[in-house]
Design a protein around this ligand. Structure first.
Ligand code: FPP
Ligand code: ZN
Length: 425
């Protein structure tokens, strides 16, 4: 038998150490293109176009710190809605009439509270009460006159009334008992909520609408809360975000917001995997455009500045760091969602502005310019926003917003306190 040490010299150290030489090679576009083609889909093609257009817009800007929100220009777009007949393509929003009122009134309020005039507030409240189904008069509300009462229509109606400062005593015309009975009827054995009686689907949107309505109107009871935290916890999936329903869905910005805001109202954010959620939020921001997408491998869209941005702001209000780069998102909003040719705000370059995107992007913009802190107290009514001074920008001079309720801070407090004070008497 030979000495082990003398055998050692025959051992191939290259094999043991896997010390293979690194081959460096510059790959030409022609060589890589077929590989990329294999992975190409309609979405990757559109994404490339968006990246390219955003890049062009960024290159035109000399100093990003000087870009501003053209507040008066956007007001023109919002005022137009009340002053003239809407174009025929908006008939698609026939079942979203309270939503339009909420988007427009809320946008005006966040831009400048005086821009939502008493005349407009009165017209809004008159219209909203026409949306309540006979025999009810004070809600629940449908999406249009004579339409079935619906969770989303009722959420939008009550939120639209919330920014109307109790004009003509409209807050007292809301039938809280009828709303409470209706919410209980929509409650599901698994803790979720259906969106309307008989035919409605159940997902985190139903939960969010039910919980915001009940907490705003001071009718949130243990009976309404029962099983809902467990329902929501099951909606967080392996990605870290939330799907619409328990254990089924792909994580999506809209459903994630609904779940996280609901958990904040239920004071149960500690029941979910917060680190995975923050990672998921952070991954929604793209490097090139700086905007947020709603789910993996999809395109940026300005409205996720709220759905994902507010999710991050809610966590921030409870002491966590921001999951998104606010400065970069602000650049996307002001440079890519705003156009000097068309008032209002848009999803992305190449799209037209609309009321939905105008409101959610304005709210997203507030998120990028502020830090959030929940000062404690009743439910989530006491979240404060503080202007950031650590990066340079010209502030957009917008009202602070409550990221849980999607309403200006002052309106949230006034509305919630109104009902709490009545109930204290
Ligand atoms: C209060 C309430 C009812 C909230 C609703 C929250 C919610 C579900 C928002 C999502 C809205 C949205 C942009 C969907 C687009 O999905 P898509 O598949 O067309 O777009 P994507 O490609 O960006 O995912
Ligand atoms: Zn959108």
């Amino acid at each position: 038998m030979s000495n082990p040490l003398s055998r050692a010299k025959f051992i191939d150290t290259k094999l043991l150490g896997r010390k293979r030489t690194v081959v460096e090679k510059i790959v030409s576009e022609e060589e890589i293109e077929p590989l990329m083609k294999e992975l190409e889909t309609d979405t990757t093609i559109s994404r490339d176009e968006v990246k390219h257009t955003c890049q062009e817009l960024f290159e035109k800007v000399i100093n990003k710190e000087e870009v501003v929100l053209d507040r008066k220009f956007h007001r023109r777009y919002l005022d137009l809605a009340f002053g003239s007949t809407l174009p025929p393509q908006l008939t698609a929003l026939d079942a979203s009439q309270p939503w339009m009122l909420y988007w427009i009134a809320n946008s005006l309020k966040v831009l400048d509270p005086t821009w939502l005039t008493d005349d407009i507030k009165n017209a809004i409240q008159e219209k909203i009460f026409k949306l309540s189904e006979v025999p009810h008069q004070g809600g629940p509300f449908g999406g249009g006159v004579g339409q079935l009462a619906h969770m989303a229509g009722t959420y939008a109606s009550v939120n639209a009334l919330a920014v109307c400062d109790n004009i003509s005593g409209c807050w007292d015309k809301i039938d809280r008992q009828a709303l409470y009975d209706w919410l209980l009827a929509l409650k599901q054995p698994d803790g979720g909520f259906k969106t309307c009686l008989e035919v409605g689907e159940a997902d985190t949107r139903g939960v969010y609408c039910a919980l915001t309505l009940a907490s705003l109107l001071n009718i949130l009871t243990d009976e309404l809360r029962e099983g809902t935290v467990e329902y929501l916890v099951k909606c967080q999936n392996y990605e870290g975000g939330f799907g619409g329903s328990p254990q089924e869905d792909e994580a999506h910005g809209g459903y994630t917001f609904c779940a996280v805001a609901s958990l904040a109202i239920l004071n149960s954010l500690d029941k979910i995997n917060l680190e995975k959620l923050m990672e998921w939020c952070s991954l929604r921001q793209t490097n090139e455009e700086g905007g947020l997408a709603g789910r993996s491998n999809k395109l940026v869209d300005g409205c996720y500045s709220f759905w994902v941005g507010a999710t991050s702001a809610i966590l921030e209000s409870r002491g966590w760091d921001s999951s998104i780069d606010k400065k970069v998102l602000r650049d996307y909003i002001l440079i890519c969602c705003q156009s000097s040719h068309e008032p209002g705000l848009r999803d992305k370059p190449g799209k037209h502005s609309d009321f939905y995107h105008t409101m959610y992007i304005l709210f997203g913009l507030v998120i990028t310019e502020n830090t959030f802190k929940d000062q404690g107290g009743h439910l989530c009514h006491n979240i404060e926003a503080k202007l950031i001074d650590s990066y340079k920008f010209i502030p957009s001079d917008l009202q602070g917003i409550n990221p849980v309720y999607g309403l200006p801070i002052d309106d949230t407090k006034l509305f919630m306190n109104h009902f709490r004070n009545i109930d204290k008497k």
